[in-house]
Design a protein around this ligand. Structure first.
Ligand code: HEC
Ligand code: HEC
Length: 215
């Protein structure tokens, strides 16, 4: 083979790679290749901060693996949601990987630090920092991290989300429309909460950041 053909082969290979890799900014702001993969920006906000009043969750700073799991669960129906289902199902694996990686690298909100030893005031803070062990409910921060900032790939942040979104998810577990959690960890907890406790603990975590509180 003529040596001078090698650079051309390199350019060709590079352009094929570019054609296959998804542009995360394009997916986020314009949508995926399939029309049903609607632009995320419409509902999840310019910077992935979510829309508190509408109950659209924050995506900026969430773990990419967690978001990929959620999109797969939404597409399969293990996490039933009529708005997100067609979108999740229409995203290609490349688009999903690209957009979730970009979002994971966006800044997280400032969170008010709280300690497990803090004096607790009211039902929301009590559940968050102490749990209700007589009903087998561990304190939320045991899995969701100090101040509910999230831990690793499996435990999503609660701080930074709105009260509307947090309570909608707890209610989805109570009603059995979200059943994608390992070992029914969250389903078990949510079904043991009263309606007032769902409201109180959601308001508590939302109040730890400015984004969650919708300010
Ligand atoms: C029409 C509005 C809308 C659009 C457009 C939209 N989403 Fe969503 N998204 C939602 C809603 C509503 C939820 C909450 C679903 C639920 O309650 O289970 C959600 C949830 C999610 C979640 C789960 C977050 C969590 O904390 O568990 C991810 C990840 C997500 N969307 C990614 C995307 C991506 C990526 C796009 C763009 C390709 C997108 N969404 C476009 C409305 C939208
Ligand atoms: C034993 C561990 C554990 C404890 C304790 C726990 N959680 Fe969770 N929680 C999880 C896991 C795991 C998930 C993610 C499930 C999945 O993969 O979708 C989750 C998800 C959530 C979500 C959905 C977040 C999102 O972005 O969609 C909410 C809301 C939530 N938990 C609230 C709470 C509250 C409130 C408490 C305390 C009353 C609590 N959790 C205690 C393990 C736990």
């Amino acid at each position: 083979m003529n040596v001078s053909s090698w650079p051309l082969a390199g350019i060709l290979a590079a352009s094929i790679t570019t054609a296959q890799a998804a542009d995360p900014v394009a997916v986020y702001t314009k949508g995926g290749a399939k029309p049903a993969a609607m632009a995320c920006v419409t509902c999840h906000g310019a910077e992935g901060e979510g829309m508190a009043a509408a109950g659209f969750p924050r995506l900026a700073g969430l773990s990419a693996e967690y978001m990929q799991k959620q999109l797969a669960d939404v597409a399969s129906g293990d996490r039933a949601n009529p708005i997100m289902q067609p979108i999740a199902a229409a995203l290609s694996p490349e688009e999903t990987k690209a957009v979730t990686t970009m979002l994971a690298n966006k800044p997280r909100p400032d969170v008010r630090p709280v300690g497990r030893d803090d004096v607790v005031d009211g039902p929301g803070e009590t559940l968050a920092l102490r749990g209700a062990w007589e009903r087998n409910i561990p304190e939320c921060v045991a899995c969701h991290g100090p101040s509910g900032v999230g831990v690793g790939e499996s435990f999503p942040p609660l701080a930074g989300q709105s009260a509307q979104y947090l309570s909608s998810q707890l209610n989805a577990w109570r009603q059995g429309t979200r059943k994608n959690d390992p070992n029914d960890l969250m389903g078990h907890i949510a079904r043991n909460l009263t309606e007032d406790e769902v409201k109180a603990v959601s308001a508590y975590f939302a109040g730890l950041t400015e984004t969650g509180a919708g300010r």
